[in-house]
Design a protein around this ligand. Structure first.
Ligand code: ADP
Ligand code: MG
Length: 589
């Protein structure tokens, strides 16, 4: 047999390596911004188009590259940041693998301009899928500008694998924020499709946090500071009553590099124990400075995982430091969880008698009234209910009419389920899931047809929002309007003039928070407006523990069986179960 082993050509090897380093536009964003930081830039501009799918450009005023360096920078294993293997243990830069630019050049169209302070002219290089197309002299300021177009143009599978623009943009924003938080002394800006998402002047950490997380954030945090011979901790903790249910406020940086560390997270969570409302997450922005010799950052190509040589001590130090600062600022118990000033009712609400959320009841409705106008539609729904009764005899597959045409007998058990007797057996309905389904379909109708009824607020409601939240609301303004919100954005505040009628003023804060925290990563198969309808259905639905009058119970059953889908809640849970007469009789034996 002849020899069969061959060395992979460079462009193939580069493409394979690229797959590890550049998974989506956000990975390129991260690598380019980090290079700019490593180059000593004081100002970094990020411009993207179509969530980075068509263009990602980073412009910096760092030290720049010479003609030769600019060409070499795109070779694999080309780096100016380490020379010896031992340098790996003294890393003070973000990059060191010399892989990012080569990987990017392997899977995109790249155009880079760069000039050092010592050079009179700049050079410009164009590369397409590893091939250098041109390199020439040009005019440009000191610093570097790298533009990446048509990412994954030569890997269609990768390109098709990319998520919607909303999701990819969210990833880009995440990466941008991580670097921007780690370097408050550098000024950053971020434009997407020509509109400004962030403009962050050079500042200190506290102000940078407020710039990114939204106005008044500095009032919601307390400082953490701890110096020990093995490590120093600095940063801020979110006061327990300002924490959120999402994990969007959890940032660890080790030597100014964003990292994920389950064990550091655990240490902080342990310190917050007993201080958080149910389901709320600790919020923290913690910067750890540690001798690079004591960490190993080299275990993952995208470098967010980290190993420490002395985990146990770090855990103990961090936990006590967090406890200390939470205690020092008197945010430990006794703590009034129920009073979060941002949740206080508006003046109008405070004046009015609180209205209990209620289910509208059409008292005249009887689903079993043969002459009823709604009867025809209901019949089909009730019929479909029996589709599940596969073992039922054809005799039992009838409308659940009791003798004399009386309606179904309904009652509530455990303040959680509604039980209804039907001719072939029993129906047990989860009241919360049923109501979620009803509301969800109602909201979908508003999104696709007539807009939801609104209630005008006597005093417009104001809420501070972050730049990200602002962007989210702007992008979804049509959906919000259709769902019944009359919202305006003024500077860093959201102003609500009207809210959906289904919502009471006391519920509106929770609904808004849920919308603002909507995790775009779950939108894979749904549109953002669909997600919004789900979120509102979840926030506004009745829950277990709510006692319902028999009229309300009947109305809910009626509304449920008027839905397009009756069996599954918007969150994919079973809405009801059936207990068939036959099954019951078997049990009786
Ligand atoms: P690494 O950052 O791991 O060294 P990269 O592929 O990201 O590898 O970059 C290769 C080299 O190109 C860097 O080591 C650096 O010398 C140079 N370089 C990249 N981007 C810039 C920039 N914005 N300004 C100056 N030099 C840069
Ligand atoms: Mg790099």
């Amino acid at each position: 047999m002849s020899d069969i082993i061959q060395l992979l050509p460079d462009h193939v090897a580069n493409q394979i390596a690229a797959g590890e380093v550049i998974q989506r536009p956000a990975s390129a964003v991260k690598e380019l911004i980090e290079n700019a930081v490593d180059a000593g830039a004081t100002r970094i501009q990020l411009l993207i188009k179509d969530a980075g799918k068509s263009l990602i450009q980073v412009i910096d005023d760092g030290k720049g590259m010479t003609v030769t360096d600019l060409r070499l920078a795109f070779e694999r294993h080309a780096t100016s940041k380490i020379k010896l293997a031992t340098d790996l243990f003294q890393l003070n830069t973000k990059g060191f693998r010399g892989e990012a630019l080569a990987s990017i050049a392997a899977v995109a169209h790249v155009e880079a301009h760069s000039r050092t302070e010592l050079d009179k002219v700049a050079s410009c290089i164009k590369i397409e899928g590893t091939k250098i197309v041109s390199q020439e002299v040009t005019v440009a300021p000191v610093g570097t500008s790298i533009a990446i177009r048509n990412l994954f143009f030569n890997i269609p599978a990768r390109r098709n694998f990319l998520k919607t623009d909303t999701v990819e943009l969210r990833h880009c924003i995440d990466e941008f924020q991580r670097v921007a938080l780690a370097h408050p002394d550098i000024s950053f800006s971020f434009l997407n499709n020509g509109s400004e998402l962030f403009d962050l002047p050079a500042s200190n950490l506290k102000r940078r946090l407020a710039q990114i997380m939204g106005g008044k954030f500095d009032e919601k945090i307390v400082a953490i500071e701890e110096d020990t011979p093995i490590a120093q901790f600095r940063g801020f903790l979110v006061k327990p009553n300002f924490t959120k249910k999402s994990r969007g406020q959890q940032f660890f940086f080790v030597n100014q590099r964003f990292v994920k560390s389950a064990f550091l997270h655990h240490a902080v969570s342990a310190a917050y124990e007993g201080l958080l409302r149910d389901g709320y997450q600790p919020g923290y922005f913690i910067f750890l400075q540690i001798d690079p010799a004591h960490i190993d950052i080299n275990i993952h190509p995208t470098k967010t995982e980290i190993k420490f040589s002395d985990e146990q001590s770090l855990y103990a130090i961090l936990k006590s430091a967090v406890k200390h600062s939470l205690g020092m600022f008197q945010v430990t118990p006794p703590l009034d969880f129920d009073r979060d000033p941002s949740m206080d009712p508006s003046y109008a609400t405070a004046q009015s008698v609180p209205k209990n959320p209620s289910i509208e009841v059409d008292a005249s409705f009887n689903p079993f009234d043969q002459n009823g106008v709604q009867h025809t539609t209901k019949t089909t729904k009730w019929d479909s209910l029996y589709a599940g009764f596969e073992t039922a005899t054809s005799e039992s597959l009838q409308l659940p009419l009791e003798e004399g045409g009386a309606g179904p007998k309904v009652f509530q058990v455990f303040q959680k389920y509604i039980v209804s007797s039907v001719r072939s057996g029993l129906l047990v309905i989860d009241q919360q899931r049923a109501h979620q389904r009803v509301l969800y379909e109602q909201f979908l109708n508003y999104l696709t047809g007539q807009s939801a009824p609104q209630q005008q607020l006597l005093f417009p409601l104001q809420k501070e929002i972050s730049p990200y939240e602002k962007n989210l609301l702007t992008q979804n303004s049509d959906a919000l309007h259709a769902l019944g919100f009359d919202a305006q954005i003024k500077g860093e505040a959201l102003i609500l003039n009207a809210i959906p009628s289904v919502c009471s003023e006391t519920q509106i804060h929770e609904v808004l928070d849920a919308i603002l925290e909507m995790d775009q990563n779950t939108t894979e198969s749904f549109s953002p407006s669909d997600l919004m309808a789900k979120i509102m259905a979840r926030s506004l639905s009745i829950t277990a523990g709510k006692r319902l009058t028999s009229q309300e119970q009947e109305q809910l059953i009626h509304d449920l069986f008027a839905c397009k889908e009756t069996q599954i809640s918007p969150f994919n849970r079973q809405i009801f179960v059936t207990l068939e007469k036959g099954e019951l009789e078997k049990k009786m034996n």
